[in-house]
Ligand binder design. Structure first.
Ligand SMILES: Nc1ncnc2c1ncn2[C@@H]1O[C@H](COP(=O)(O)OP(=O)(O)OP(=O)(O)O)[C@@H](O)[C@H]1O
Ligand SMILES: [Mg+2]
Length: 317
């Protein structure tokens, strides 16, 4: 079956800095992918390229295909049309998706403007149903309210409802729970999980949190300093991580620590800037298992079982 998203050797540059380099992977229809990595690893850049939402001055090399169509071979206008019709996004800040001066109900109707076969009444009814489905009580009341009258968690639910109303082939949620408190975060995660069936395609969830990946995703792609270091099915990657960076991220996951202290462990050091990458393996400057070869030769991604990892010692354990 054709992949919903197929990336071949994708690189993204801001001016002359290549912030994302050589990303190749495919996401099959119906699957949920977790895209993880520390701040600055290139997650948002990569999903923005898929959504054709990169800022001016950014450029994309390689091929990004959505359901078989090469996005960057299309003209600007066709690309935008495809985005509006077949992709939807939920961002960190639901205020960016919602217009503050228009009532929720009217906005949710307008989000459906591409569903031209439906009457306004039918769109309103779909909006009301979707609001109820994302767990908002009194949908009729909420439809008449403005975004600022809702709590952060409710606004994020409305943003998810809005994204689902367009029936996207690809739904991208970039850190959708970062701005929420822990309880609301857990609720929003549940909703995204329940909504899987509403997306006749695939979901990409960008997150820092390996725990969220374990609960919600089928596949995982781990990025570090602009490159894909490990990818594969969640059971394989979380159960038998091959890359020391993946292991380090898992070691920082509070849910996996048997006696959590107040201070969560973090990976020592910082992600190198894309303008000043180390030679050899990009993780060599922080890797707890670094060997002399790692500082000289850049590892290529190899398959180990169901996973792929870019480490000289992948599969060695
Ligand atoms: N508009 C931009 N102009 C120049 N450089 C940028 C721009 N956006 C991102 N970058 C650079 O690209 C790299 C990847 O950033 P990106 O925001 O994609 O990472 P991220 O994984 O989404 O991080 P976070 O977890 O903080 O959201 C960083 O080095 C960043 O400085
Ligand atoms: Mg980001």
């Amino acid at each position: 079956m054709a992949a919903i998203v197929d990336l071949r050797d994708v690189s993204i540059s801001y001016g002359n800095v290549r912030a994302v380099r050589g990303i190749t992977f495919a996401l099959e229809r119906g699957r949920v992918l977790g895209l993880v990595g520390e701040s600055g690893s290139g997650k948002s850049s990569l999903v923005s390229a898929m959504l054709a939402l990169l800022p001016k001055g950014a450029s994309v090399e390689g091929r990004i295909a959505l359901d078989g169509r090469d996005l960057y071979a299309l003209g600007e206008r066709e690309r935008r049309a495809l985005r509006g019709r077949e992709m939807a996004t939920v961002s960190q800040d639901p205020f960016t998706a919602l217009n503050p001066v228009i009532r929720i109900g009217r906005q949710l109707v307008e989000f459906q403007h591409r569903l031209t076969h439906l009457s306004r009444g039918a769109k309103r009814e779909r909006a009301r149903e979707m609001i109820a489905r994302v767990g908002i009580s009194d949908p009729a009341v909420r439809m008449e309210q403005y975004p600022h009258q809702l709590s952060g968690g409710l606004r994020q639910r409305v943003a998810i409802a809005a994204a689902l109303l367009v029936q996207p082939k690809l739904l991208i949620a970039d850190e959708p729970t970062t701005a929420l408190d822990a309880t609301t975060e857990a609720e929003v995660i549940e909703i995204i999980r329940d909504m899987r069936g509403e997306v006749d395609g695939s979901i990409i969830l960008v997150t820092h949190d390996m725990g969220v990946v374990g609960r919600l995703c089928d596949d995982v792609a781990v990025m570090y300093a602009g490159e894909l270091v490990e990818s594969g099915p969640v059971e394989a990657v979380l159960g038998h991580p091959q890359h020391p960076y993946t292991r380090a991220l898992l070691a920082c996951d509070p849910a996996r620590i048997e006696t959590p202290s107040r201070h969560l462990p973090t990976i020592p050091g910082t992600v190198p800037s894309p303008a000043a990458l180390p030679g050899g393996c990009i993780f060599s400057t922080r890797c707890p298992s670094v060997q002399p070869v790692c500082r000289v030769d850049k590892p290529v991604r190899i398959g180990i079982g169901a996973s792929h990892a870019a480490c000289h010692f992948a599969g060695a354990a």
